[in-house]
Design a protein. Structure first.
Length: 445
């Protein structure tokens, strides 16, 4: 049954959803979509998942959907299937007509990432249009995808209004509430780790958005004055981390030159509440942090000099790590051509199977360019399509280490925590160099 959400009070909206009287449609059932759907399902709501992937639709409708990243999400979806509170479809008509609250979680594309094309939002535009075709008076549309500031009002709102013939803020609620999740703990992030950022087009949209997200956000809702401000807030979160990781990388380089232990200094410095030194590594990966700076950099490289410089520092880091390893090996053993390099970690972050824009890719490309044989190991990921064909990928750690001349830790998977230098030497070449930018290997010999 559909409801005109614009005419309901906050308590009225809550009651309609938690009692299962109205449905929520989630468009794009990836990591974000599954997490936000689960948060509402755990409060008793009903969800219709709309996705273009047939395997996703079949898995949900057959009660076999699962994710390796978060067991709580898997359990929630399974229970909701048993309770008949979740269904899936490819159809926009079915999903939009069946529900009153429509959440867009589809990602932007990073295939053409660069300063002239920060992100391709074509998929988000298409989803917005298709929702607009079947939108009804009293519905609410919320966008959770991180976007360049101004995108929702300047691009998506006109498309929805054009297709629906309705006016945002008057006939339907238009909400922007950026996702703030970390894969692996996404459900916890939504429910209890952070407040939910909510903005809306006009007072009515904001009121409806605040009511809807208050259903799941135990930490409460923070409302912003405009949608553009909320878009900027999420982008700034990512840029803050990018800049601080660049700082950590430069300070770690300084410590190495001076014979100091960065990690010892970092831990001591961070005992002061105002110090938040980050962990260094081989660069920054994922579909978020490396991308967000480009949302605001185009044409502003001079005014946003720190943002621009930090991005370049982190983009250069994989190349610098590769060159450092090869130079040290040459000084110690001689020619580097043909030497075997074992790179430990393809995922951009530890203990997840996400290798999008992983700095490991650039590290491997440079090692191959320098004439090395490269084997990449990861216990979670499968071979990434962007990993060069000349590189070997394996889930077998000892295969990767066998006869290796150089071992580089690229990802802080917990599986590597007990990998002592002694164990590495047992399988690798007599001519061995270990590079540990992530500081995850035990110090024992």
């Amino acid at each position: 049954m559909k409801e005109n959400l614009l005419n309901l009070s906050k308590n009225g909206i809550t009651a309609k959803f938690v009692n299962g009287h109205v449905w929520i449609s989630v468009h794009g059932f990836g990591n974000v979509g599954a997490a936000i759907a689960s948060a509402f399902l755990r409060r008793g709501c009903k969800v219709i998942a709309q996705d273009v992937k047939e395997e996703v639709i079949q898995a949900i409708n057959n009660g076999k959907w699962r994710t390796l990243e978060d067991s709580d999400i898997t359990k929630t979806i399974k229970q909701a299937y048993s309770d008949k509170r979740i269904v899936a479809t490819e159809s926009y008509e079915e999903s939009v007509k069946k529900s009153s609250f429509h959440i867009i979680t589809v990602p932007f594309s990073t295939k053409r990432l660069g300063k002239d094309c920060p992100a391709d939002i074509g998929l988000i535009v298409d989803v917005s249009r298709n929702i607009g075709k079947f939108l009804e008076v009293g519905d609410a549309v919320s966008i959770e995808t991180t976007l360049p500031p101004g995108t929702t009002e300047n691009t998506l709102k006109p498309k929805i209004e054009e297709e629906s013939g309705l006016e945002a803020g008057k006939d339907f609620a238009l909400i922007y509430s950026p996702q703030r999740i970390l894969v692996g703990r996404a459900l916890e992030d939504i429910e209890s780790r952070y407040p939910k950022i909510v903005s809306g087009y006009g007072k009515i949209s904001l009121r409806v958005g605040q009511a809807l997200y208050s259903i799941v956000a135990q930490k409460g809702v923070i409302t912003l004055s405009s949608i553009k401000a909320a878009e900027a807030e999420k982008v700034f979160e990512g840029i803050y981390r990018d800049v601080n990781i660049a700082l950590a990388n430069e300070l770690a380089d300084y410590c190495e030159e001076e014979g100091l232990d960065y990690w010892e200094i970092m831990n001591a410095a961070n005992s002061q509440p105002y110090s938040h030194l980050h962990k260094p590594g081989i660069g920054v990966g994922g579909a978020c942090i490396p991308v967000y700076p480009y949302f605001i950099l185009k044409g502003r490289e001079r005014t946003l000099r720190l943002v621009h410089t930090a991005r370049k520092v982190n983009e250069r880091k994989p190349i610098e790590v590769a060159d450092k390893a090869l130079n040290e090996f040459r000084e110690k053993y001689g020619d580097v051509r043909g030497c075997k390099v074992a790179v430990l970690g393809l995922s951009f972050r530890g203990n997840v199977a996400d290798s999008r824009l992983s700095p490991t890719i650039d590290l491997v490309k440079h090692l191959l360019k320098r004439g090395c044989e490269v084997v990449v190991h990861d216990p979670f990921s499968y071979k990434e399509s962007s990993l060069p064909r000349k590189a070997t990928f394996t889930n077998d750690l000892f295969k990767a280490l066998k006869d290796a001349n150089i071992v580089i830790t690229a990802t802080d998977h917990s599986k590597y925590n007990n990998l002592t230098p002694k164990k590495i030497k047992k399988y690798s070449s007599d001519k061995l160099l270990i590079i540990d930018p992530k500081n995850i290997l035990p110090k024992s010999k």
